[in-house]
Write a protein that binds this ligand. Structure first.
Ligand code: T5A
Ligand code: NA
Length: 208
């Protein structure tokens, strides 16, 4: 049998705004690389690529778009990066991905008249993560974090609907994370889950 090169794991962090995903994702990538586990931080929306420029204007409320058009742009943003992501995973690099398709669905479907199964259609065929870590923060703990900025979606009522939608998307690869902990304590919990996922997924084919 031909020897197999272990692939990288594809691990997604999801959760409501301000739950601490970016802080943990970046910290973890540093830790992994220092411990000779090649890894890279990726995030969606990626505001630096073509589709991301329009998304950035939309999030900063510089432009308005029909909800469907906005939704498809967020999805297109993932498809624009997909070839690079797949290549990195195949080369053995673990990706720690700050938001993914589930943000796309949970946020869009929180809007009036947006059907959750319609929202999921353009995500079909994208690489499936090996694990989704859902950062959960109750509203009281959320209030203690720094205030929301001026971007679209940064309101408590809307975030509550997003949290409800996440619950509908869960399957057996989702892991709840109680995010109401200090940065270092949370880091230890996240690190154990991620190392475990990397070991388990390295010889499994990447699913779509
Ligand atoms: N969106 C996204 C869609 O509608 N569709 C899509 O398809 C996608 C991909 C932009 C928006 O776009 C939406 C979702 C978003 O509304 P973004 O650019 O990723 O998404 O911005 P956000 O994810 O909103 O960034 P957040 O504000 O949510 O922050 P994080 O990453 O959850 O939290 P983080 O780490 O930046 O920390 C927030 C604050 O808390 C502190 C930090 O220092 C920071 O001040 N903090 C902690 N404080 C106490 N204890 C801890 N453990 C802490 N960890 C961090
Ligand atoms: Na973030």
């Amino acid at each position: 049998m031909a020897s197999q090169i272990p692939r990288g794991a594809f691990i997604v962090f999801e959760g409501c705004d301000r739950s601490g995903k970016t802080t943990q994702a970046k910290k973890l990538v540093d830790y992994l690389n220092k411990n000779n586990i090649p890894s890279q931080f990726v995030n969606f929306p990626d505001r630096t690529i073509s589709t991301g420029h329009i998304i950035d204007e939309y999030l900063r409320k510089k432009i308005e778009l029909p909800d469907q058009a906005a939704h498809l742009l967020f999805s297109a943003n993932r498809w624009e990066r997909e070839p690079t992501l797949t290549k990195l995973i195949e080369q053995g690099i673990t990706l720690i991905c700050d938001r993914y398709s589930f943000s796309g669905v949970a946020f869009s479907a929180a809007k009036e008249g947006m059907d959750i199964s319609w929202c999921f259609q353009p995500e079909k065929g994208l690489p499936k993560p090996d694990a989704v870590l859902l950062f959960k923060l109750n509203e009281e703990a959320l209030q203690r974090r720094k205030g929301f900025g001026d971007e679209r979606y940064e309101q408590t009522d809307f975030q509550r609907k997003v949290a409800e939608n996440y619950e509908k998307l869960k399957d057996n690869i989702w892991i709840d994370i109680d995010a109401d902990k200090d940065i270092d304590t949370l880091g230890l919990i996240v690190k154990d889950i991620v190392i475990d996922t990397i070991k388990k997924s390295q010889f499994n084919p990447l699913e779509r």
